[in-house]
Design a protein around this ligand. Structure first.
Ligand code: ADP
Ligand code: MG
Length: 241
């Protein structure tokens, strides 16, 4: 469903290849962990996939859409169906988890109805369903500013789902969380890949990648150094990190 062919990203006067001939085929429902040393191009790859960075070379197809050639409509497809999860999600601190998710649904529901508080009961039920999926039912009426880091990250995932995200890109979503909360977030993402066919591409620690990812892609100097499914890294692969 997602085809990346020969993605190359060249920057600066010396024309450094931050990404160098990356080709990937990604199916719905995969949970992909990106691993590699600092500076290997992980963040740049995610930003190129999110169309937040320009591509120097390559082609990018999602379903039947050629994203780079279709101009505005291709970018709109990405912005509508793909969600970028920040390391520390920007949530309105005074807004409850429920309201955050309801406003996330505004793709389907007029914003004025959200703001005037006239929430349709099926919107409300939908939002509560999503919060339940993320294990946040008991936090629905708590203000985002008072939630823990892991809970905030899960509210951000809930908001992305409410917005209709089919693909979630996450750059170090668990950095800064304690190990238990970090694991909860990754476990949740993995469960959504399995149950909702969500596709996740995330930069996460190797230990979590080996436990929860369906696929691990290693980057080194902007190139793919390995691309493995459903097994732990060999010691040779581990030395590349
Ligand atoms: P990672 O996330 O794996 O640590 P990054 O994708 O952030 O790596 O960066 C890869 C390399 O590309 C780094 O050396 C970074 O300094 C460089 N880089 C990324 N974007 C630019 C840019 N716009 N101009 C110059 N160098 C860049
Ligand atoms: Mg990075």
């Amino acid at each position: 469903m997602i085809h990346v062919d020969h993605l190359t990203k060249i920057v600066g006067e010396d024309r450094t290849r931050v990404l160098d001939d990356i080709s990937l085929e990604i199916q719905h429902g995969e949970m992909i962990a990106l691993v590699g040393p600092s500076g290997s191009g992980k963040s740049t790859l995610l930003k190129c996939l999110a169309m937040r960075e320009t591509w120097s070379e390559g082609s990018f197809r999602v379903g039947d859409t050629d994203i780079l050639k279709s101009g505005f409509s291709g970018k709109r497809k990405i912005s509508r169906e793909w969600s970028f999860l920040e390391q520390s999600p920007q949530l309105h601190p005074e807004r409850t988890a429920l309201k955050t998710v309801l406003i996330g649904q505004s793709g389907q529901t007029p914003v004025w109805r959200m703001l005037t508080g006239m929430v349709r009961s099926d919107d409300y039920m939908g939002a509560m369903d999503i919060l339940e999926t993320l294990g946040l039912l008991d936090k629905a009426h708590q203000k985002a500013g008072t939630l823990s880091g892991g809970e905030r990250q899960r509210v951000a995932i809930a908001r992305a789902l409410a917005h209709g995200a089919k693909v979630v890109l996450a750059d170090e979503p668990v950095t800064g969380l304690d190990p238990k909360s970090g694991e909860e977030v990754i476990k949740t993402l993995r469960a959504l890949c399995t149950s909702e066919r969500l596709t996740v591409i995330a930069v996460i620690p190797l230990e979590l990648a080996e436990r929860y990812a369906t696929r691990i892609i290693g980057l080194q100097d902007g190139r793919i150094s390995f691309d493995i499914n459903g097994r732990r890294l060999t010691s040779a692969e581990r030395r590349l990190l």
